[in-house]
Design a protein around this ligand. Structure first.
Ligand code: NAP
Length: 295
């Protein structure tokens, strides 16, 4: 499995396992979580993507219950903060909102460390751009969590280039990545400047919902699925692997974050890295995704 080096303290696997849906699984037993992580490790997938809010602020604790010191040492843990939703520990909130204040970031990091029973977070992301962000305060708080050793690297999620520049200008620590939605069903970032911005700066972006959160498999996408299946049959992999390989083929070095709860599918996430999508095939799929040929 290809690995991406973000800085001297952080390297991640090119394919990442996302834990947003961890708590939705009928089986959240320690054994089942360990089996999922083992299935990832067997393929060289060492990076696990979390967020404080996942599972109503409970997914981190589910992961923490399954982590042994040995397992923790084999993985990198990404988590996020700033979304406050009126559930779980924030059930008193009147409304869902974003909080990029120093107090919230520091307290969220401490919660995450405690719930996952770990002594550092490998990568902390600001989950969503906050219209009330005071970049100086947020940037200083991110510098502070890195300096304290509680966090190895920091980045953002769902930021546009101007949000990134605003925050980065107020920080000493370089932001290392932006986790954004990218897939055959959400391909705007290839043309709207989001990917180009990070490619220019040498910051590999992470792609959330690379299978459209499962909507790729809906009947309305039958033609795209047929194209994926035809390519997959030629390479001995399934359609999901081809959809992810389509992201891997881009020179920005995108890191797809897969979220299946199905053990058989988890065991096949790595298939995407076994095939090469050439230029013509890439455009064949892009044409299906656009619904028309390129100009
Ligand atoms: N930063 C952000 O704002 C943000 C937002 C959303 C997600 N994320 C991250 O991205 C990760 C991945 O997101 P995601 O779960 O939406 O990604 P995804 O991999 O695009 O979608 C996973 C969904 O697709 C279904 N699926 C996968 N393969 C399938 C197949 N062959 N046939 C039918 N259904 C299939 C899965 O169902 P099964 O479980 O039944 O396989 C699951 O419900 C999350 O876990 C989270 O870590 C980040």
């Amino acid at each position: 499995m290809d690995r991406v080096k973000f800085n001297d303290a952080l390297e991640m696997s090119r394919l990442v396992y996302g834990m947003w849906r961890l708590g939705d699984d009928a089986d959240t037993s320690v054994d089942h979580i360990r089996n999922k992580i083992s299935a990832c490790l067997d393929q060289g997938i060492t990076t696990m993507d979390q967020a404080d809010i996942y599972g109503g602020y409970e997914a981190e604790e589910i992961l923490g219950s399954a982590l042994t010191p040995e397992l923790r040492n084999q993985i990198e843990i990404v988590t996020k903060c700033d979304i406050v939703a009126p559930v779980g520990r924030y059930s008193n909130a009147r409304v869902k909102y974003y909080d990029t204040s120093r107090a919230h970031i520091l307290s969220s990091v401490d919660h995450s460390l405690r719930l996952m029973k770990i002594d550092h977070i490998d990568l902390l992301l600001i989950h969503r751009p906050d219209p009330l962000m005071d970049a100086c305060e947020t940037g200083a708080a991110l510098d502070e969590v890195v300096a304290s050793g509680k966090v190895r690297a920091v980045g953002v999620s769902n930021f546009r280039p101007w949000d990134w520049e605003l925050l980065q200008a107020s920080m000493k620590t370089p932001l290392v990545t932006n986790q954004i939605e990218i897939s055959l069903l959400h391909h705007a970032p290839f043309a709207n400047g989001d990917i180009a911005f990070h490619q220019k700066n040498g910051q590999p972006p992470m792609a959330w919902s690379p299978l459209g959160g499962g909507s790729l498999f809906e009947p309305k996408n039958a033609a795209l699925r047929t194209a994926l299946k035809t390519i997959g049959d030629d390479h001995g992999v399934d359609e999901a692997a081809v959809a992810v390989a389509w992201l891997l083929a881009h020179p920005a070095r995108i890191l797809p974050v897969l979220g299946t709860n199905n053990l058989d599918r988890i065991a096949r996430i790595g298939d995407a890295a076994k095939i090469q999508i050439d230029r013509e095939t890439w455009f064949d799929l892009y044409t299906h995704a656009l619904g028309h040929e390129v100009a």
